[in-house]
Write a protein that binds this ligand. Structure first.
Ligand SMILES: NC(=O)c1ccc[n+]([C@@H]2O[C@H](COP(=O)([O-])OP(=O)(O)OC[C@H]3O[C@@H](n4cnc5c(N)ncnc54)[C@H](O)[C@@H]3O)[C@@H](O)[C@H]2O)c1
Length: 269
């Protein structure tokens, strides 16, 4: 794997990047000029994280013209994956989450359908919306701290607390079960270790293609900066809470608890 700031020695041993100054190794390779015409830093900053991550999910997930795409998670990553799917020609894109303001953002800014997973059987609803077939491409943008209103949430929480599994793969399981036969599942959410009840049988027997990755920034950032500048890819709305670095702990708390409509705190100097 490549290196990430603040991802321990598992990924390069680089310290975190939350500081007034940081040393950027290979800066000639890892820094990109923001194009003229993109003068809003709060929009441009998403070309560095949620942007390439979401775009990669749609691109390497194989989204193409006419596809139906389902995206689990309406955070910054999921919203960009949804918009990327639209721009790559998907016919229908459905974003799944429980947080009303995030689902509203997905509809208003990314131009996609939404589905609230609370009180809904997500698999049944996706079959209903796809003529009984299931989505062609399923993109998981939730990660190891997934929630669920069902009993599997207690099961996963207990196994995680007892260190019998490291991550809660609730949304990933749902994506594998929902995907149409021969379809593609892409895992953007970060997982650290081992998970339980991974539906290997469904994956194998339906002939699914399953992929995941840490985002390939260098591959996507220049094109994404152009798309953000050109208005194809709205990102400014994701920066719900600009603040100073001193307010970092409050920002992280709000992000973790999804308080006050927080999608992303962005630290500015
Ligand atoms: N692969 C990469 O390179 C890369 C890069 C950046 C972020 N990530 C990861 O992508 C994931 C998403 O990032 P983010 O910043 O958008 O996070 P986020 O926390 O803002 O969004 C996650 C969303 O998932 C929703 N969610 C929880 N359980 C769900 C379920 N069962 N079904 C549907 N939605 C559910 C939450 O309500 C939340 O809105 C995280 O795991 C993050 O670590 C990966």
């Amino acid at each position: 794997m490549g290196a990430c700031f603040g991802y321990s020695h598992a990924l390069g041993g680089l310290a975190g990047s939350h500081a007034e100054y940081i040393r950027v190794p290979f800066a000639d390779h890892g820094s990109f000029p923001v194009p003229d015409g993109l003068d809003d830093d709060l929009a441009a900053v998403f070309a560095s994280d949620a942007g390439p991550t979401g775009w990669m999910g749609a691109d390497l997930g194989g989204v193409g013209p006419g596809d139906v795409v389902a995206v689990w998670g309406a955070g910054g990553v999921g919203q960009v994956a949804a918009r990327a799917s639209v721009l790559l020609g998907a016919e229908r894109v459905i974003v799944i989450d429980r947080i009303p303001e995030r689902l509203r953002q997905a509809r208003e800014y990314m131009g996609v359908e939404t589905l609230d997973y609370t009180g809904t059987d997500v698999g049944a609803e996706l079959r209903e919306r796809t003529g009984g077939r299931g989505p062609d491409v399923c993109i998981e943008a939730v990660g190891m701290e997934a929630h669920s209103p069902g009993p599997e949430y207690a099961y996963d929480q207990i196994k995680q607390q007892l260190r019998l599994q490291s991550d809660r793969p609730t949304a990933l399981r749902e994506a594998i079960y929902a995907c149409r036969k021969g379809g593609s599942v892409f895992c953007l959410g970060v997982f650290a270790g081992v998970v339980d009840k991974f539906p290997l049988g469904a994956m194998m027997n339906k002939g699914l293609t399953f992929r995941g990755a840490q985002q390939h920034g260098q591959r996507y950032i220049p094109a994404l900066l152009d798309r953000i500048a050109g208005g194809d890819l709205p990102t400014r709305h994701l920066a719900t809470h600009p603040m100073t670095l001193d307010e970092g702990p409050r920002g992280y708390e709000m992000f973790k608890r999804k308080q006050d409509g927080c999608v992303r705190p962005v630290f500015q100097f």
